[in-house]
Design a protein around this ligand. Structure first.
Ligand code: GAP
Length: 493
């Protein structure tokens, strides 16, 4: 895709999103604030559908969802290491005082991967390549670390009681682990999931939903006995499943290997439990979200790029044309006992648990499935966007479409509008999300529902009044067929 086509696609998606109520900048009447977006009515429906699909897919046996808090006390983040280490490199222009992320700037200017580089290496690259301020061409200061946590004061104690907005949902399951283990079956493995807000004071928010300051994460923390990391009860079923992997070595030449779980276990030394969740995540994208295989890959992070406690770390990358290629939307992190160990040490409360069946005490290890919901929503908008001769459309799979059916009377008169409203009400009653529209020509109404990704349109015409049938039009093929009203809900489902 050319640079111009990329800009056009991004512009087109943004135009439709803003015009039709998918998303728009927050507080735009006051000029907005970078890194904050609001979901309009359609965007919220799409997000709900994504989150519900995610829940029904990832909440396995003995996996439970909890709802913790966005504000957590400072001790949590002293223990987790966020207050010390959750930093991005910042540089400033000595002339115009524009402040921006040094690694992203180097990446854009030199077309290399710079995330994870030390500030010394970034300064060296800036100096050697004589890089100047992208706004005014001025000299840049040395890069320094900038902490991304949002502090917040609590109650009347004010600045004497500082808490923080949580930068990941993950901390809540760690804090709740012991209670939930006791309340449940006292068995491992068990999973605690949370869908909630995360807050990061990003230096340079950009690319719409890609670098937000407030965003939603859907994460599962799986607590397990470390001795079980290479065990998998489903191994026979999954061992021949082929993963799409780009290891660190494959980056050169931008290769992706199709490799079975069996081979990944033997050759790449990835443990069976890790592979089980890799194939599960890949299937979620390919089979549930219907992402084309060519647009999906697992991307391995090098030792320098991943957090020091992550023994294995592969991210899910999707090909997002409007943003210029493959981008991270989710990750699978083997966090070991880092988090429970750190909270145990700082809180001085024992977090190890006794496993009755095995007659032993363990401090569980954690495997984390982490999804940025907003990035995934943007990915759906990008991947399913189509430009055709006479229309633009989002070709969402039915399981994700914000509105499932548009119901239209051919004309408003002769009882057709009333009949169409009755059909619409009946569809709503049986749980089909339908939408009644009588404004404009039938052609324009079809274009409007296509544009928001509605898979079916039902038209009530004069034949309906005679024989009780309606026209059902399918979005992608635009083919139409007659269906009896009595069989409509069943047929649509
Ligand atoms: N609990 C682990 C964790 O938070 P992460 O890689 O920092 O790991 C997980 O974030 C996911 O959250 C990412 O894969 C991405 O989809 C999303 N994410 C991270 N930072 C984001 C931001 N500033 N804006 C939007 N989404 C973000």
């Amino acid at each position: 895709m050319t640079a111009q086509a990329k800009v056009d696609k991004l512009k087109e998606i943004t135009n439709i999103a803003e015009k039709r109520g998918i998303f728009f900048p927050t507080a735009e009447i006051y000029g907005g604030k970078a890194g904050f977006y609001t979901y309009g009515h359609l965007g919220k429906l799409l997000k709900n559908r994504f989150e519900n699909l995610w829940r029904s897919y990832f909440l396995e046996e003995n996996f439970w969802e909890i709802e913790g808090n966005s504000i957590l006390p400072s001790q949590v983040f002293e223990a987790s290491g966020h207050l010390k280490n959750f930093n991005d490199p910042l540089t400033e222009c000595k002339s115009c005082h524009f402040r921006f992320r040094a690694d992203q700037f180097v990446e854009d200017a030199l077309k290399i991967k710079a995330e994870g580089l030390s500030i010394e290496d970034l300064d060296k690259l800036i100096k050697e390549n004589k890089l100047k301020c992208p706004r005014c061409g001025g000299q840049l200061t040395k890069a320094e670390w900038f902490n991304m946590m949002f502090p917040i004061t609590i109650g009347a104690a004010g600045s004497k009681d500082i808490s923080y907005l949580s930068p990941e949902t993950a901390q809540n399951p760690y804090l709740s682990f012991k209670r939930e283990f006791e309340a449940l079956r006292k068995k491992l493995p068990f999973g605690l999931a949370m869908i909630g807000k995360a807050f990061r004071n990003e230096i340079s928010p950009r690319q719409l939903f890609f670098r937000l300051r407030e965003f939603t994460q859907a994460e599962v923390q799986i607590f397990f006995d470390p001795e079980e990391i290479d065990a998998c009860t489903e191994w026979k079923k999954i061992s021949s499943y082929k993963l799409l992997l780009q290891s660190v070595k494959d980056r050169k030449g931008d290769k992706v290997q199709e490799i079975s779980c069996e081979d990944a276990n033997k050759k790449l030394k990835l443990p069976k439990m890790y592979l089980y969740y890799m194939q599960k995540m890949q299937r979620f994208y390919l089979e549930e979200l219907k992402i084309p295989k060519k647009d999906f890959r697992f991307y391995e992070l090098s030792e320098e790029e991943r957090a020091f406690y992550n023994k294995y770390h592969w991210d899910v990358y999707l090909n997002l044309e409007a943003l210029g290629g493959f981008k991270e939307v989710a990750g699978l992190h083997y966090r070991g006992d880092y988090d429970l160990g750190a909270h145990q040490k700082h809180s001085k409360k024992e977090l190890a648990v006794f496993l009755e069946e095995k007659k032993k005490k363990v401090l569980p290890h954690v495997l984390e499935l982490s999804f940025g919901v907003d990035r995934n929503i943007f990915a759906l908008l990008d991947i399913f966007f189509r430009v055709e001769k006479e229309r633009n459309l989002f070709a969402f799979p039915s399981s994700l479409a914000p509105i499932e059916v548009g119901v239209f009377p051919l004309v408003r008169k002769d009882g057709l509008a009333e009949k169409a409203q009755t059909v619409n009400d009946e569809l709503c009653k049986v749980g089909i999300r339908s939408f009644y529209d009588e404004d404009g020509s039938i052609g324009r109404r079809y274009r409007r529902v296509d544009e928001i990704g509605t898979p079916f349109a039902v038209t009530i015409d004069y034949d309906t009044m005679k024989d009780g049938t309606v026209t059902v039009r399918e979005r992608d093929s635009m083919k139409q067929k007659r269906v009896k009203i009595a069989e409509l809900a069943k047929s649509l489902k």
